[in-house]
Write a protein that binds this ligand. Structure first.
Ligand code: MOS
Length: 745
């Protein structure tokens, strides 16, 4: 393994060994002396106020050190502004223990802090509150009566834009569809639950091991809420057990652990229970009303796309739900409208492809219905209505290899062997259905800084505060460094997930590979330049008069590209130049020209998903027997980790299609299936064949490395492909996800 690795190679994860051997530590796994354990007590009511906290029983329990609630909390800031973070949404951010008010069932109302986890848990069982109950509503159907469009939008929200006269075109068209589609609430349940260990370092300093997607975002938040200065708070998240958006905003476990640590001047750990994850961040329930019309040949004449999702009473969480269909299809007349409806729950939040996973998926179910009405094959329908430009903003794409994804996906799947009529394909007693859909997501690029450091021993270290939430960031960053400096992977160490490292945004939006990759490449190029300059100072420089641009780096060597016999090893350069270390730092960000191009060009990833289902003809039980997902996402840094991202997204999409559904008892305002026994997510036994194809898509325009990002595209519209396949198998249209057996009988 002395050879440098290139972008496009498929090495194993560089963090694989520490992960499978348990050496990689997560937020709840940091041991520290005299650690206290906090256990969260959750509200039993959905709305009202606490009249009295009864905590004497807990306080008498051996091992219990303190019971913290609104009744005895230390001073906290008053203004909402103090509780905002890099990615918060308009409204009043939730602040636990601030006052006696209850805004949602499961709201944390007390933290029992004890010398052991068991004592904290026992103590929590002894804490009770008496309440004054107010009427609540958690039912979206009721909330719809008061749907609204908020005045203030979050910065990432892009308003849908209408064109032509969609209503008139709809009325005049010969073929039309109007239907409502529904997506149930999904709760974030990464393997690692939300957890924080705050280490009290003395003299007012804390080290925070947090389950988060942004160490610096949490650092800023803790400083703002608790009055620390930045130098007194270090937040670490080198390993994250999945997050999918749940860790974008600082969550209340880090707030509670820090509050307790500061109040008691002790180290404190808080871990949420799996049950508590079900009154936490979730993908909001959605209703999308779609009207589509075509001419006799199936050419789209009108798109009317209106959606509503729920948010909490105290914040307006908005995502981009309505735009996707309008962007993706050529159609002269289109309109869209997006509203919110308030319910008494915790604020929803981003969850893998927020907005697209909802809006594009439901829209693609409608497209399948429209294709059927027009008597056109679903794939043919999408080719017929293909748009080469972002049809909503009338902007060209930096690249859109969706046609190639259609072709390659269809060929691998064998789509041409599909018989059009529903219920016409069988396998023994099973009905077989084939369906497909188009996926779409953003290709984003965010300002990110990274450093690179080359030592006399020939080791290359790269560092950035940005985190690897399980996607393979350590590995792909090491690959970018390996290619740039020409140092083998075995000699490269990446340091990530530490607020003390160079500035990076939260890890989200599938932007990290493109953004941090560009920063790492720049920092490494600077190190190359330093190595070249050091060689230039040698008396006998084997590179002669070669300019920097004429020099290449590979396998630990620097060489003249036109004459590779002229070369020198990097170690020899370091030795001869008597350097211990060469280091640099660089920031990648959109330049002025890029910003102009960003306004003029649309930047997106695309996918074509093909699904096969087998449905028991008598019982209605559905199996997804085969998925082919063809992805056009620019340059692929590592096909192995990239494939894993798509596999994970597709599995989550199968969960959307058939499994995930939070069920609320609206009388209590509480999610009732708050465990893995009753809230179903796909397990190995639910998953059969998933094939991933990466379509060749060269796109130097989209980001410096030509990379588009892959964390989210795999989930988008996978559930639509499955639902469309279920219709093809059974002849029944289920318009609500997940598709349950009762919808098919
Ligand atoms: Mo993603 S939902 O931006 O972690």
């Amino acid at each position: 393994m002395n050879e440098s690795i290139h972008i496009g190679d498929a090495p194993n994860r560089v963090d694989g060994l520490v992960k499978v051997t348990g050496q990689a530590r997560y937020a709840a796994e940091y041991a520290t002396a005299n650690l206290l354990y906090g256990w969260v007590v959750s509200s039993e009511i959905a709305k009202g106020r606490i009249v009295e906290m009864h905590d004497l029983g807990a306080r008498r329990l051996p091992g219990v050190v303190e019971v913290i609630s609104h009744a005895n909390r230390p001073h906290l800031p008053w203004l909402d502004h103090s509780y905002t973070d890099e990615v918060s949404v308009p409204g009043s951010p939730f602040r636990a223990f601030y006052d006696d008010k209850i805004a949602f069932s499961g709201q944390p109302i007390a933290l029992v802090v004890a010398t052991s986890l068991e004592a904290a848990r026992d103590g929590a069982a002894l804490v009770h509150a008496s309440y004054e109950i107010e009427p609540h509503n958690t039912d979206m159907q009721e909330a719809l009566a008061e749907k609204y469009e908020p005045k203030r939008k979050r910065s990432t929200y892009k308003a849908p834009k209408s064109r032509g006269d969609a209503r008139k075109a709809f009325d005049e068209a010969p073929l039309k569809l109007h239907a409502d589609y529904h997506l149930s609430t999904h709760f974030h349940n990464p393997m690692e639950m939300h957890a924080t260990t705050v280490v009290w370092e003395g003299n007012g300093k804390i080290t925070v091991h947090d389950k988060t997607q942004g160490s610096q975002n949490v650092q800023g938040y803790l400083c703002s809420v608790f009055g620390f200065s930045k130098s007194d708070v270090r937040v670490l998240n080198p390993y994250v057990g999945g997050a999918f958006g749940s860790g974008l905003r600082p969550q209340y476990q880090v707030y509670l652990a820090t509050l307790a640590a500061k109040m008691l001047e002790r180290s404190v750990r808080v871990v949420l229970t799996r049950q508590q994850m079900f009154s936490h961040v979730h993908r909001p329930e959605a209703v999308q009303s779609v009207s589509l019309a075509t001419d006799e040949a199936g050419q789209l004449r009108s798109i009317i796309n209106e959606a509503t999702t729920v948010t909490s009473r105290f914040e307006d969480y908005m995502e981009v739900v309505c735009n996707w269909g309008l962007m993706n299809y050529a159609c002269a007349n289109a309109s869209a409208k997006y509203s919110l409806a308030k319910v008494d729950t915790y604020t929803p939040g981003d969850m893998r492809a927020p907005g697209a996973a909802t809006g594009m998926t439901l829209f693609e179910m409608a497209i399948d219905e429209m294709a059927e009405k027009a008597g056109v094959d679903p794939l043919e329908f999408r080719r017929l209505n293909y748009s080469n430009v972002d049809a909503m903003d009338d902007k060209p794409f930096t690249s859109k290899a969706l046609r190639e994804a259609f072709d390659q996906g269809a060929e691998r799947f064998g789509w041409e062997r599909r018989s059009a009529a529903p219920r016409s394909m069988r396998d023994g007693s099973d009905l077989v259905g084939w369906g497909m859909a188009t996926g779409m997501w953003d290709a984003l690029f965010m300002k990110t800084t990274a450093s690179a450091r080359f030592t006399a021993e020939g080791q290359l270290e790269i560092a950035s505060a940005g985190s690897d939430i399980g996607t393979g960031t350590y590995t792909v960053m090491a690959q970018v460094a390996s290619q740039t400096v020409g140092v083998p992977l075995s000699r490269i160490t990446a340091w990530l997930g530490d607020s003390a490292l160079p500035t990076a945004p939260v890890e989200g939006g599938s932007w990290m590979a493109a953004s941090m990759g560009a920063a790492v490449q720049l920092a490494c190029q600077k190190v190359c330049k330093l190595l070249y300059q050091s060689a230039g100072k040698l008396e006998a420089n084997p590179l002669g008069k070669a300019k920097f641009e004429e020099v290449g780096f590979r396998n630990g060597d620097m060489f003249v590209k036109a004459d590779p016999a002229k070369h020198i090893s990097l170690n020899d350069v370091m030795a001869a130049a008597q350097k211990d270390v060469l280091e640099s730092e660089a920031t990648a960000k959109p330049g002025v020209g890029d910003l102009v191009s960003m306004m003029k060009m649309a930047r997106n990833t695309h996918s074509a998903i093909f699904a096969e289902v087998k449905v028991d003809a008598e019982l209605g039980v559905v199996r997804v027997s085969r998925i082919v997902c063809a992805v056009a996402a620019g340059r692929i840094i590592n096909p192995k980790t990239a494939r894993s991202q798509i596999l994970g997204g597709v599995v989550m999409g199968i969960g959307m299609a058939l499994h995930e559904e939070a069920l609320t008892d609206h009388r209590l305002g509480r999610v009732m299936n708050h465990s893995f026994a009753e809230y179903h997510i796909p397990v190995n036994a639910d998953i059969d064949s998933i094939e991933v194809i990466f379509v060749d898509e060269r796109d130097p325009e989209v980001t410096p490395l030509g990379v588009k990002g892959l964390g989210e595209i795999g989930i988008v519209s996978t559930a639509a492909a499955v639902a469309n396949a279920i219709h093809h198998a059974t002849g029944k249209r289920a318009r609500s996800l997940p598709v349950t057996i009762d919808q098919l009988l």
